[in-house]
Ligand binder design. Sequence first.
Ligand code: ZN
Length: 371
Amino acid sequence: MVRLLKRFVCCESPTDSKPAVDNFGRVVAAEWRRRGAKVECLRRKDAGNHLRITWPANSARRPGTSARDGQILVLGHMDTVYETGTIKKMPFRVSRGRAFGPGAFDMKGGLVIALFAVDTLAREDWLPRRRIVFLWTSDEETGSKSSREAIENEARRSAAVLVLEPAGGPEGQLKTRRKATGTAEIVITGRAAHAGLDPGAGVNAVHELALQATQLMRLNNPRRGITVNPTIAQGGTRSNVIPAEAHLTVDLRAETLADMRRIERRLKALRPALPGARVAVEGGFSRPPLERRASAALFAHARKLADQLGFFVGECLAGGGSDGNFTAALGVPTLDGLGAVGHSAHSADEQVIVAALPERAALLAALLATL
Ligand SMILES: [Zn+2]
């Protein structure tokens, strides 16, 4: 598993480089073809291509089951947040039971786990009850704009969705809840004037921005899992000019669909505080929450399987979103965090706990065999 992880990590695949992601896609596709899977390339012009993999290729079913039972969808992404060349500063290495490298944890480890899970099933001559579709996308790290439709289409045909995003914490918790996430852009318009000669003729957009930021902070409710945080503030042009424009970027998170809708309504209702100022709100939530009712049954099943395999698996809430948010919002049972165990995603210290890789492959194989 480490050898394959090394090959995957050394083949860099930043989201914004189509040639790089496509090249990595070819490496991944070859691994699946070698295992007799059917690999379709979903071509995209403005993003990397996605891979839709059916295994086993002929989709033979166990006797007594029908196509109406639905397929199992396994989600993963091939892109990373690291620009090409990062591998030189952050080379793949294994030290004290940890494998380091750009994207090793998020989530090339998950892609390796999937291959070893099907190897296990093949070796045991297991015929899955349902068709299994692996959808490996190219743009998860930037919001899945070019893959969302394909993800949702596959999910609608699925009885369950398993997401190979990294596990939570070094204990390898499964992610049974994920917050809704999004970004709002507040565009504030005032009126320019000379700050010394005629300040009263102006409407200070930076002042309005400050008032809006204060207002937005009141929407926070950590107990309910709601966070609303102004993260980027821009405004003004010259030190002696009353600023006519300002711009505020706001990070939005909520644990439930009801709270997400509530925050959306509050954003829509924002009004300027200063006479003569204008406030426009763009953007908003881009991923709905993954609520526990979408994951509870799958999690209980996974925990039982882990128990039979001889290890414990817990659950956690993730503050960030994944493609599992989309499938859960469609009402399709979704379990996330089935990928590698480790920590420090998106940082120079990103690492995978090597000893947990076979455990996770065994858990995924058991899920695919029994769902
Ligand atoms: Zn990820």
